[in-house]
Write a protein that binds this ligand. Structure first.
Ligand code: SAH
Length: 299
């Protein structure tokens, strides 16, 4: 059987418990060597056959799976982050289907989560953005016309851009063409969760210069939107005393300011006004009784 496993964003302790167990039990591992850190291979058995897919074609990957399956072996196909994002997994699954080889998937922590952790960031701040757009600049892989960055930028939602660190100048132009202000906050997170992780806070207008100054051209995510400085947002309804959920009754707010009112100009924990680059590492109108589904993580 073949297991598609998400390796996580880099740190070897950010693979899931299930993913680690599958790696420990595997007879053959095919890992995406361009991004999966070698440290993760420390979990495999001594006699496990290990292949770096950076040197292989789809056909060769499938041949290895087929031979392993014939010998009754367990195969782990290890992809960076979560396999469902830019993982080229579907084409492998279709080939396995054609050969009658069974497979399953084990999710991983995407680099977009690793990058948020690096910045202590919440992508979905009430009154700022409740939508995250994941996309990329077109490279050798085309992006459908209707998904051009400028068209997506017009939503003014939080954007997380993969595979685009080498194209920051064009990216910034596209963002501005789509209606982003030059001073829209942005961040570049390089090697999120790796020992040499770097976070650079900037704006859309200074994105290209920031990437250049810091020599970042790959293995980085670019995050765009007003959630980055998290300086102005509305507190959640879900944890507001005046909010009822199926687990907790609302309390009387007395004559405190309107429940759920914006907490203006707040500097969040873990956030400092940082120089261009630094090495480191539910909203609502207040007391109305709303169903818990409107809340957030605990719904
Ligand atoms: N499936 C992966 C994405 C693979 S596409 C995931 O869920 O994260 C490869 C792109 O992901 C890179 O070009 C980069 O934009 C991003 N990426 C992968 N690992 C990263 C990391 N540790 N830090 C920052 N970006 C990363």
């Amino acid at each position: 059987m073949v297991h598609f496993v998400g390796a996580g964003p880099g740190a070897e302790d950010l693979i899931t418990v299930r993913g680690k167990r599958l790696l420990e039990e595997a007879d053959t591992v095919i890992y995406a060597g361009s991004l999966v850190r070698e440290e993760l291979l420390g979990y495999v058995k001594e006699d496990c056959a290990v292949y770096n897919s950076a040197y292989l074609t789809l056909e060769q990957v499938v041949e290895i799976c087929e031979a392993a399956e014939k010998s009754g072996q367990e195969v782990v196909r290890l992809h960076t982050g979560d396999p469902s994002l830019y993982g080229a997994v579907r084409e492998q699954m279709d080939r396995l289907d054609a050969l009658g080889i069974p497979y399953d998937s084990c999710p991983g922590v995407s680099s977009m989560c690793g990058a948020a952790a690096a910045l202590n960031l919440e992508y979905t701040l009430p009154d700022v953005s409740q939508t995250v757009i994941l996309s990329r600049m077109a490279g050798r892989t085309a992006v459908p016309e209707r998904e051009q960055i400028a068209a997506l930028a017009a939503h003014r939602a939080t954007m997380v851009l993969f595979l685009s660190a080498g194209m920051t100048e064009e990216l910034a132009k596209e963002l501005i063409r789509g209606g982003c202000r030059e001073d829209t906050p942005a961040a570049i997170v390089y090697h999120a969760t790796w020992p040499d992780e770097r976070t650079c806070l900037c704006t859309v207008g200074t994105l290209a210069e920031t990437a250049k100054i810091n020599g970042i051209t790959r293995t980085a995510l670019i995050i765009v939107g007003d959630v980055v400085p998290h300086s102005r947002y509305r507190r959640s309804d879900l944890y507001h005393p005046a909010f009822s959920t199926m687990f907790r009754d609302a309390q009387d707010c007395g004559d405190r300011p309107a429940c759920g009112e914006a907490q203006a100009r707040r500097e969040g924990p873990g956030h400092r006004d940082r120089p261009a680059c630094e090495e480191d590492s539910a909203s609502g109108e207040g007391p109305a009784r709303r169903p818990a589904e409107d809340g957030g993580e605990d719904e």
